[in-house]
Ligand binder design. Structure first.
Ligand code: NDP
Ligand code: MG
Ligand code: MG
Length: 334
């Protein structure tokens, strides 16, 4: 079982005594910066000149500096930039400002685990990865609760990185819900596997193939869209609230019987074998290498796949149908 930490396991003063530089003010960055500041931690937000996020950070009452200056001033430097830009920004703006005994913090383990960022040995490195998007991390904090998070320590030259990490998590609101101990390897590998096998890859592919099966058999695309995509939300909400059992309890007996009868036949042992292959590619670094080289080449394959999948007939029919449902977010609203 996992080791868990709560508010009582964390000494807030350990982080309140440091200056925390939060680099990036996107989904995670805005939540970390605002929650820490409201927990009494001195925060400076680091953003490039001309960044669209600068105004929003200032409006929230936060001090904003250039990435380079913030990294220089921070005793604790939190890297909450898109993972693909982190290595370049780190070498240019962060490394020059790191002093021995400073701490470097990440929200995801990819760049450390796959050696895209190799911090100096005299700097402490840990990860706080909230298990929810930034706006929920922010909203729950203001409501007096929090989102559970993962804590991992990568290197600990000063011997107190774990305590500092727990204090940081408390300032973020995470220890109100529970902080789970992990490693950079476990967080990175399970995160990549989850998004490939189920959350993004597995589910999208299942939906596209089911839609193709129905429409190729002559059923109307509009009807197929509702059955294999739209209704997924109701099912996922039930999973989220009470696991697979809650979904099975809520649906009809016919649907539940069909689940046991056909589910394991459609997603069978061969799928699991390929899941293991995808996991091996994550573990041995070959998936990471493919993605890193793809980025270095300017993302030609990625952009082509993005275009091709955006043109799938299910996307076209979906745009029309969602326009008929005013209760859904409409294009441009967000
Ligand atoms: P976002 O894409 O939301 O944040 C981007 C921020 O970085 C913006 O403020 C943007 O500024 C700035 N930025 C973009 N490019 C550069 C650059 N080249 N130099 C300097 N600043 C730049 O990131 P996320 O919050 O989604 O992700 C941050 C980290 O948190 C990642 O490691 C991610 O894996 C992790 N994470 C994310 C989760 C999430 O819910 N999104 C959940 C858990 C972890 P501008 O406004 O100018 O574009
Ligand atoms: Mg991920
Ligand atoms: Mg049905």
């Amino acid at each position: 079982m996992a080791t868990l930490y709560y508010d009582d396991d964390a000494d807030l003063t350990r982080i309140q005594q440091r200056t925390v530089a939060v680099l990036g003010y996107g989904s995670q960055g805005h939540a970390h910066a605002r929650n820490l500041a409201e927990s009494g931690v001195p925060v400076v937000v680091g953003l490039p000149e001309g960044s669209r996020s600068r105004e929003r950070a200032r409006e929230a009452g936060l001090e904003v500096a250039s990435t380079r200056e913030a990294a220089e001033r921070g005793d604790v430097v939190v890297v909450l930039l898109p993972d693909t830009v982190q290595p370049e920004v780190f070498e240019r703006d962060v490394r020059p400002g790191l002093a021995p005994g400073n701490a470097l913090v990440f929200g995801h383990g990819f760049n450390i685990h796959y050696n895209q960022i190799v911090p100096p040995a005299d700097v402490n490195v840990f990860m706080i990865a909230p298990k929810g998007p930034g706006h929920i991390v922010r909203r729950t904090y203001t409501e007096g609760t929090g989102v559970p998070a993962l804590l991992a320590v990568h290197q600990d030259p000063t011997g107190d990185t774990h305590e500092l990490g727990r204090a940081y998590a408390r300032a973020l609101g995470a220890t109100r819900a529970g902080l789970i101990e992990t490693t950079f390897a476990e967080e990175t590998e399970t995160d990549l596997f989850g998004e490939q096998a189920v959350l993004c890859g597995g589910v999208s592919s299942l939906v596209e193939k089911a839609f193709e099966t129905l429409t190729e058999a002559g059923y109307q695309p509009e009807v197929a869209y509702f059955e294999v995509l739209h209704e997924l939300k109701l099912i996922v909400d039930l999973f989220y609230e009470g696991g697979l059992s809650r979904m099975r309890y809520s649906v009809s007996d016919t649907a539940e019987f069909g689940d046991y009868h056909s589910g394991p036949y459609i997603v069978d042992g061969t799928v699991k074998e390929r899941m293991r292959e995808a996991l091996t590619a994550i573990q041995d670094g070959s998936f990471a290498r493919t993605w890193i080289l793809e980025n270095q080449a300017g993302q030609p394959g990625f952009q082509a796949m993005r275009r091709r999948h955006a043109e799938h007939p299910i996307e076209e029919v979906g745009r029309g149908l969602r326009g008929m449902m005013p209760f859904l977010p409409q294009p441009g609203e967000d």
